[in-house]
Design a protein around this ligand. Structure first.
Ligand code: PMV
Length: 337
């Protein structure tokens, strides 16, 4: 069901879009990378507009992401396919995408709807940021289909409505998502940080890629409502975003890694102090953390971050790759730049 304040928000963003006639058979394409937050988003100040309590900062992972094709078809129910499989209308993924696309139904000719074909190169719903690349790719496909020619920051606003972290997946490299202050949500968008860091590496440690038990929206709500420790989170998150911006500008890897790891553990501490508790970690997640700390003790500089799932993402510099590969032979290494 569409929410009236979200529909007003979409209409406001689209007021600056180009308007072209659209017909059955027209289609658009979008591709977006996943992103990993180094300073996390955890907590919403407005659920219907998907507005965050705190700002966040991320790095995109090229080569991993979502490719989406959107077409206009003559039918009365949207058709949603994920990884070449057509989903039932009441499948949770299909429902979420259809509910989101309903904000754009008023732009379609009568008796037509959307057909969505989406392909993820990462597992869906496993804390590997598939919803981030998913909604960013969907918004890029909408922009292509309707020929809106909106700038990336405006597309970031629309992607945010689908999934908060998607606001940051419109960009390569580092991105910052400003939490914004306005009630209408029009100042809560992401923008790129132009600094390149060619020898930075991200390693993926896949502990378990099955779908997570507690989705991020439900998890955030429960944390905000029941976790006393959460009071301390917004201030730390804002401070960490600023520290990370300085670390990126100065290419201070130690500061970047320490801040990112501390930020992730602080977010997970609020999850665990929620009631009923939210613990995404598995025994192998903790074992991998201990290996990271052991490597650091031995002089190999490597840090980790974790999202709403049991998998670890390692941060290190190119020169350390062989030592880290020896400790984690299965690790997939990504070059963000
Ligand atoms: O955008 P969502 O609703 O999937 O939430 C993302 C939450 C985290 O991945 C845990 C943190 C983040 O900033 O990406």
């Amino acid at each position: 069901m569409t929410n009236p304040s979200a529909q007003t928000f979409v209409n406001c963003v689209l007021s600056s879009a180009q308007k072209q006639p659209i017909r059955t058979g027209d289609s658009g394409k979008g591709h977006a990378p996943v992103n990993i937050a180094l300073a996390k988003y955890w907590g919403k100040r407005d659920v219907s507009l998907n507005l965050p309590i705190n700002s966040s900062l991320s790095i995109s992972l090229p080569g991993l992401g979502t490719e989406t094709t959107l077409s206009v078809i003559a039918a009365n129910q949207p058709s949603i396919s994920l990884n070449h499989q057509k989903l039932d209308n009441d499948h949770p993924f299909a429902k979420r995408v259809s509910d989101y696309l309903a904000y754009f139904n008023p732009l379609l000719p009568e008796n037509t709807t959307f057909e969505v074909n989406t392909e993820n190169s990462v597992p869906t719903g496993a804390g590997l940021a598939s919803s981030a690349s998913g909604y960013a790719a969907l918004v890029l496909a909408l922009n292509d289909l309707f020929q809106w020619q909106l700038p990336p920051t405006q597309l970031s606003l629309l992607a945010r409505l689908g999934s908060g972290s998607a606001s940051r997946s419109l960009f390569n490299g580092f991105a910052i998502w400003h939490k914004g202050e306005r009630e209408d949500g029009l100042d809560s968008f992401a923008e790129p940080i132009e600094t390149l860091w060619p020898d930075l590496r991200v390693g993926l440690i896949k502990v378990d890629i099955s779908e997570k038990a507690v989705g991020s929206t439900a998890g955030m709500q429960r944390t905000v409502e029941t976790c006393e420790l959460y009071q301390a989170w917004p201030a730390q998150a804002e401070k960490d975003v600023k520290t990370l911006q300085s670390a990126i500008e100065a290419k201070d890897f130690t500061l970047l890694g320490e801040t990112a790891e501390h930020n992730a553990l602080s977010m997970h501490a609020t999850m665990m102090a929620t009631w009923p508790p939210i613990v995404y970690w598995q025994p192998n997640s903790v074992e991998a953390m201990q290996t990271v700390w052991q490597l650091r003790k031995q002089g190999t500089e490597v840090y980790f971050t974790m999202d709403a799932g049991p998998n670890l993402k390692l941060l290190f510099l190119e020169t350390q790759t062989p030592a880290i590969k020896r400790a984690f032979p299965e690790m997939e290494v990504i070059k963000p730049f």
